[in-house]
Every structure is written in C-alpha cells, then in structure tokens.
Design a protein around this ligand. Sequence first.
Ligand SMILES: Cc1cc2nc3c(=O)[nH]c(=O)nc-3n(C[C@H](O)[C@H](O)[C@H](O)COP(=O)(O)OP(=O)(O)OC[C@H]3O[C@@H](n4cnc5c(N)ncnc54)[C@H](O)[C@@H]3O)c2cc1C
Length: 438
Amino acid sequence: MSANKSPHVIVAGGGIGGLALANGLRKAGVSVAVYERDRHRTDRVQGFRIHINPSGSRALHGLLPEAAYQAFIVSAGKGATRFGFVTEQMKELLNLDSEATEGERDEVDRHYGISRITLRQILLAELGAVVQYDKAITGYAELPDGRVEAYFADGSSAIGDVLVGADGGTSRVRAQRLPRAERVETGIVTVAGKFTLTDESRRRLAPKFLASPLAVMPPKGCGMFIAPHEFDRPDPRYSGIGGNDGAAALVPGALFDNTQPYVFWAYAAKRGDYPGELESLDATQLHDMVNRLTAGWAPELRELVGGSETDTITLIPIRTSVPVPQWETTNVTLLGDAIHSMTPFRGIGANVALRDAQLLCRKLVAAANGEQPLLAAIHDYEAQMIEYGFAAVRDSLTAAEQTVSDNSVGRAIGRTVFRVAEAVPPLKRKMFAGFGSE
Ligand SMILES: Cc1cc2nc3c(=O)[nH]c(=O)nc-3n(C[C@H](O)[C@H](O)[C@H](O)COP(=O)(O)OP(=O)(O)OC[C@H]3O[C@@H](n4cnc5c(N)ncnc54)[C@H](O)[C@@H]3O)c2cc1C
C-alpha cells in the first residue's frame, strides 16, 4: 500500500466477526471483500439463539448501518436479560435479571437474545456483492510488493493490502500464520438435543423452560444448559431480506427465521464419566444414554430430555484455543474464533469476536486516514485483542471445568452461596452485576 492509498482489506470467513468488520469498513469507506466457504447466503439453515451482551451490542451499533442496527434491536428475542440456576430436582437456586441488577440502560447498552439465522441475515443485509460465496481459503502468500494473495479451493485468488482470518475455530489462516497456536480438546463432552415446541408438546413442558435460559447444577460431575429458542414475531418493518442478484436490502417480506420453536439442552460431563466409546454411538444410543444418566432427575427434566426428537441428539466435544504470546505483526491478522476460540460455557465468544471487529475496524480506518502506519495499527489491535481475547478463553475454560467438577463440597458451597444471594437481593446485585458480560 502506498502512503496515501486507502488499504483494500480481504476477510476470509463471513461469520459473525468477519461480517461485522466488513460492515464497519464499508460504512467508513474502506474497500473490503469477504470470502466465505459456504455456497450460498442461506446455507446456514441450522441456528440457535445467541446472547449478545452490552459490549456486543455496542460493537454492532458502531459497525452496522443504522437501519441494520435497528433491525437487530427489533428482531432480538425476549428473556435475554434473565438467567436461572436450579438443582437437578428443579429446586430454584438463583434467578438473575440483568435489568434488575444493572438498572435501566440505554438501548445500545443492553443484553439481547437473537436467532443466529436472523443475526446473519442482518449482518449480510447491506453487504451485497462485498461477500463472495463458495470461496474456501486454502492458504496465502506474501507478495514482494508487500500485499498478500489469498488462495481459494476453486483455484481462484484475491489480492489485498491486509488479510484478516475470520474463518472460525478451524481457521486455515491461523494454521499458516501461527502454526504454534493450538486448539485442543478440553476432555469435556456435551450431548445436546432439541425439544420441539408444538401446541401439544408445550403442555407437557415445565413453563420455566420457556421463560429464560437455565443452568442445572447437580451435586457433582455434570451439568446441563437449557435455553428456549422461540423467536418473537419479527417487526413487520424488518421482517425480511430482499433484493435482486444477491444485492440484499432490509425489506418487508419473508421471515428472518421461521424455524419451528424449540427448547435446546446440552448435558455436559468429562469424557471419562460417560459409559463407553462416545464417538461410536448413534443418535438413539446417545439419547438412551442421557436418559439413563438423568434418570434420578426431576420429572420435568426427564420429560425435556426424553421428549426430545432423537434425530436432534448430537455429540459436541468441547475444544478451546491455547493462549499464545504476542507475535510479530504482519499484514495478515486474525479475529474471533480463528484466534481465541473458547468453550461455550460463558456464552461470550461471539461478543468477543464483535469486540475484535470493532477494534480492528477502528484501527484500519485510522490507517486508511493516514493517522497511523498500517502495521502499527494492526499491532495495536493485536496487542489489545490478545489480552482480552485470551482472558475470555481462560474464563470460559474455568466455567466449563466448574460445570463438570467432581468436587461435591465445592459444588455444595456454590449452591448455598446461590441460595443465600437469592434470599438477599442487595447481595445478589453486588455479586452478579455484569453477569453475562466479558
Ligand atoms: C452451542 C454454542 C452456543 C454459543 N452461544 C453463544 C452465545 O450465546 N453468545 C456468544 O457470544 N457466543 C456464543 N457462542 C460462540 C460463538 O458462536 C462464536 O464465538 C462466534 O460464532 C465466533 O464468530 P467468528 O466470526 O469468529 O466465527 P464463526 O461465526 O464460526 O464464522 C466463521 C466463518 O468462516 C467460514 N469459514 C470457515 N472456514 C473457512 C475457509 N477455509 N474459507 C472461508 N470461510 C471459512 C465459516 O463458514 C463461517 O461462516 C456459542 C457457541 C456454541 C458452540
């Protein structure tokens, strides 16, 4: 890049972080192209609710065009400010409501729950031809003129002044840029399932499962996360994405996410605490196994697990990145899960990816405006991102380990602390202010 030329940024991966960055750069007038492995914008038919905390919402506000941010606000679902803890006998331990503990907040500075499908649609809405599909990056080369060339599986390539690897946990860009940055098994495995909500099945389900996300804390060794995935009717102003030839726009029309509502659950334990070789089990065997493991739990929980459709039962081994020290900056950098993938036990990975996108966008815009040399701008981004990103990785690993801890004394103390906090509201406010944030 010559001193007075704005950089062209190429982003590998059109997930939450990569698309948010592209929106911000486009809004600031910086040239950007996103190369996404999926074949079509609608490939991601699977989805679930994602919790966006105040920092994620602030990042979206800063990066998205105003209409798209308003679409996010009106499409975000209910119950995002609440979270409950119960025993395996469905005895209440603690109910948190961030609105109650943190008080009235500005619209931008709040917790939201939104369908992943809807969020993706909103992030794509105004990017149009900025995003190219069926472009799986396989590697890149640093060119003699200082630019970088990205290579794709279809034999094509693209040249830019900066390459951002936003290609998720299995990042090809990371594999080449930082081969020593590992992503490892935590030894914790979850088995997840979905209880489909129909008029009939709703009657069989405890209302608590429909109200807000819940964590089940048995005396030791395992845990369960439960979350309703029932999306509010989208606001008619923003109820669809339209446009010709992939030039999407926010227009009334089709639903953002017309997925059948369901309640998602995930049972977590250490691999060694499950009977047998997990990977050899099919969905029916996994379902039977979780039914057996939860046989002594409250009838409401047994109905949730037992009444779930067997073909939704999935094994999810939990992985995490291993923090690495700062590396020497080049014009190839990384963002989101591509560098700091974390266990989902704190539900903050996407929020940290959004924080990366906002910070990197600010730095690249500063470089484009001639306020800072490009490499110095990327270096500043990396120094900050490594600090908060890997702090989030460590916190998320601790949360995962606590969920499956064998320390029955520690768990009993934890349950007692939750009960006491629940009984003493000022204590609860003090202890849990900022819950759900990084
Ligand atoms: C069960 C579960 C629940 C979670 N809940 C929450 C939550 O409530 N809140 C929260 O903050 N986080 C949550 N997370 C974490 C969150 O989903 C991730 O941290 C977030 O999606 C990371 O965003 P990203 O843009 O870095 O990566 P991704 O969203 O994974 O996007 C990566 C993109 O790159 C593309 N890609 C991959 N390889 C290539 C390639 N070779 N070439 C081109 N493109 C490629 C992929 O197709 C994808 O579109 C959860 C995770 C899980 C598993």
